[in-house]
Design a protein around this ligand. Sequence first.
Ligand SMILES: Nc1nc2c(ncn2[C@@H]2O[C@H](COP(=O)(O)OP(=O)(O)OP(=O)(O)O)[C@@H](O)[C@H]2O)c(=O)[nH]1
Ligand SMILES: [Mg+2]
Length: 266
Amino acid sequence: MKKNTILILGKTNVGKSTLINNLSKEKISITTPKKNTTIQCITNKINKNITIIDTPGPIIKNDDKNINKLIYESINQSTKLLIIIDKIFLNSEDFFILELTKKIKKEKFLLINKIDKFKNKLYLIPFIEKIKKKYKTIQEIIPISNKKNINITEINKIINVNINKKNKKIKNLNTFISETIRETLLNKLEKEIPYTTKINILNTKINKNIKTTILELLVKKQSHKKIIIGKNGKKINEIIADIKNKLIKKLKYIENIKITINVNKK
Ligand SMILES: Nc1nc2c(ncn2[C@@H]2O[C@H](COP(=O)(O)OP(=O)(O)OP(=O)(O)O)[C@@H](O)[C@H]2O)c(=O)[nH]1
Ligand SMILES: [Mg+2]
């Protein structure tokens, strides 16, 4: 079987990570209704031949030059590009990505996600025709819905995935743990706190089947630390319980989490 590296591109919140989870039939990447959920390129080796790379949404607006560099490197590594949009009214970020990929000589597919939310699906037909004319190197334009499972098998065919769930192992445990923590922080905390908090995994110890991961949350302000801890430690206990729950479900063993919160104003 030919080796394939599939890169998923699209602005934030269009459902890139949800699609990856859907295709791999398990939760690999974290997803939330908030913007900028994924903040690093996440490489998932699905099997010997297939690798899927999830990317963070905002390529243009991303001030982090390293992330942009990583995205460009991932584009070079990839054999197929899946570009995702979630509306037929495209904005400058959608166009930026389409223009960027126009020059790339790889197999390209445009997926119109969330069609379960489209009131009038008839508009899709002229839209697809228009895009086909403008971006002639796009091989196929496919409307999909992760939520209603529309055309997901078509995408599976494109990327050649026939996943055998039993053979799956978590390849990069630390990435999985820190991404799970990010998801919990995004869900449990307001405003900028989950975005400005850095997660550092300091150490992992295994003792009598109980694995302890010691990690540091590096926050920007003393007030953020206070909010994360909450009244009498209520919030942090909620956060730890949520993380443990998710990890136990996935890892099938007890994972003990110890968190220290430090302030780094830089
Ligand atoms: N209605 C509907 N919602 C969807 C669909 N696919 C994804 N979503 C929702 O869209 C939101 C964003 O999904 P993500 O997968 O986190 O989006 P993303 O593109 O990875 O976003 P970033 O990581 O920020 O770049 C989540 O609330 C998903 O549940 C779909 O087909 N239909
Ligand atoms: Mg994502």
